[in-house]
Design a protein around this ligand. Sequence first.
Ligand code: TRP
Length: 365
Amino acid sequence: MSKVILTGDRPTGRLHLGHYVGSLKRRVELQNSGEFDKIFIMIADAQALTDNFDNPDKIRDNIIEVALDYLSVGLDPEKANLFIQSYVTELTELTFYYMNLVTVSRLERNPTVKSEIQMRNFETSIPVGFFTYPISQASDITAFKATVVPVGEDQLPMIEQTREIVRKFNATYGNGEEILVEPKALIPENSICSRLPGTDGKAKMSKSLGNCIYLSDDAETVRQKVMSMYTDPDHIKVTDPGKVEGNAVFTYLDAFATDESFAEFLPEYKNLDELKDHYRRGGLGDVKVKKLLLNVINKELEPIRARRAEYEKDIPGVYEILKKGSEAAQKEAAATLAAVKAAMKINYFEDSALIQGQQERFNNK
Ligand code: TRP
């Protein structure tokens, strides 16, 4: 069976370091591993509209931001198909058929949907489109026969829901055949990368909390953000012993620093463990640790910024990449939709045996 990746992001803002360690970096590695037959990376504008239907400009403006973020981290349109969800209208058609296979109570139990409903104060009036987006996400995944879906941990319930839909579809309509493919989620190996805290130490980087470092932030912006990061509030004097746990600066170092970072930027320490020990003992100031972090982050972001600057010079070219990718994605989804419709016996005009058979029946009446 061929190995296919599908994943994507809602275009509701620029992508940040949380996206980067949680998913983007891995995608680029997977892309460059050469192990996959096809890779689809989707800008999920239709899904973004399910909770931003009244703010279409926000979605429209962020398509290019997300596309630039993708290209600048090293997703390569020659190897990965970058496309826009709404262009592939087959996805909405699949969603309509999959809706028959999912119960309202099953959707209500989806933990991601549950917490999103709370976050958005949708409790008393949930838009139907939003409520059913897990079904549409199943269409995104199955339309491309994805075998692997690299996502953050919060997306696991979506993949589980997709697997259920696939099983139900195949059992109901497959006639012994596997029309749809059950995907597997691929989540970050380490829990820090799964959930990078904000610069304020809060649980998650999130645009609404204003605690993000964006991939498109320039060096000066990153400097200001890192220098004002949350550390250990009880570490007041340099000589005070400090806490590493829950200290966002150290959490980021956990996510980004390697032994080479120390050799390059802070050779008095061999590795992060030594630095942590010193901080815990006391005698190590926050500024020194933050400067290390700043260097480490900037080293990671420098090539990303350089690529972004190149693509920013040719915005029509970026849209062309998305258009080509969307056309190719549509072909792929159309083939799956045709198979789905045939399995569901709603392919009347393609089925000459049906028409002929009925003719004979009427002739013999
Ligand atoms: N739900 C994802 C997010 O919040 C975006 C998304 C839409 C997606 N369809 C997908 C991710 C299919 C993986 C597979 O960012």
